[in-house]
Design a binder for this molecule. Structure first.
Ligand SMILES: Cc1cc2nc3c(=O)[nH]c(=O)nc-3n(C[C@H](O)[C@H](O)[C@H](O)COP(=O)(O)O)c2cc1C
Length: 243
């Protein structure tokens, strides 16, 4: 089984492509969490894959919550694939302290973190997706043959980024207060329906944020009117989600 988390579709696409190639099933972690299923045991002849984006050189909190439910028995094959713009830091090495990982991979995908910088150009985004397709083929073959591998782009100064910046991101940067909506909002409710933590609701036909946010940026990137903003950082930036 492949379990994935995805805000803007990159990791969902990777998970589903791998599932197709290895004849497996891809399931959204959010559906498992909402179903309140408590225990998932991966028995010795079985395999488990985790696919998710990198957030601030770390594994998203929701993936950590999910793996607390998972028990991997000796002999089972387990792997993690993260999607990122270019640097995963030590995220996967740290994850392997909580769940046994035979293999870890990172795949470069288009940028969705428009709070930090603008989206990739079409040329860069398309090139990444073409490269990712080839990498997915290779990774699928390795998973099928249960080959162990560590093929992760740690990036520069990964120790500092994953050990110091990542905790600070989770503590301070996932603030919902800077979200606001322009008058161009048409009240379609897509942001509310897509929010993995159900922290968006509509009031007077406009979204309001209340509660826990993973900062997956699904709301802001998928808004059909580009009406959602985050402070003053996103006004002049484009939007991205996997199409
Ligand atoms: C909050 C946040 C933090 C991010 N941090 C990183 C990072 O540390 N390194 C990186 O290469 N990409 C980073 N990204 C980019 C995403 O990992 C990348 O675009 C990913 O493929 C998005 O996956 P998704 O479409 O499945 O949500 C970040 C994105 C978000 C939303």
């Amino acid at each position: 089984m492949i379990y994935y988390f995805s805000g803007t579709g990159n990791s969902e696409w990777v998970a589903k492509e791998i599932a197709k190639n290895i004849d497996d099933i891809a399931i959204n972690i959010i559906d498992i969490i909402k179903s309140e299923k408590d225990n998932i045991t991966i028995t010795k002849n079985d395999s488990i894959g985790l696919v998710f984006p990198i957030y601030a050189w770390a594994v998203p909190e929701v993936v950590k919550i999910f793996i607390e439910k998972v028990k991997v028995e000796d002999g089972a094959f387990s792997y993690a694939i993260c999607t990122c713009v270019e640097e995963a830091g030590l995220a996967l090495k740290k994850l392997s302290k909580y769940i046994k990982l035979n293999s870890s991979y990172s795949i470069f995908m288009p940028n969705n973190y428009i709070i930090g910088s603008d989206v990739d150009t079409n040329e860069v985004a398309n090139k990444k997706i073409q490269e990712a397709k080839k990498q997915i083929e290779n990774i699928s073959l390795e998973i099928k043959s249960k080959k162990s591998n560590y093929q992760v782009s740690n990036g520069k100064m990964p120790f500092i980024k994953s050990n110091l910046i990542a905790p600070a991101f989770n503590k301070y940067a996932r603030d919902i207060k800077p979200f606001w909506v322009e008058d161009t909002c048409i009240g379609c409710g897509l942001c509310e329906r897509n929010c993995p933590t159900d922290c968006i609701s509509l009031k007077d036909n406009k979204p309001i944020w209340n509660g826990k946010c993973y900062q997956c940026l699904s709301c802001i990137n998928r808004c059909p009117e580009q009406a959602i903003q985050y402070g003053n950082k996103t006004k002049n930036r484009s939007r991205y989600y996997f199409k």
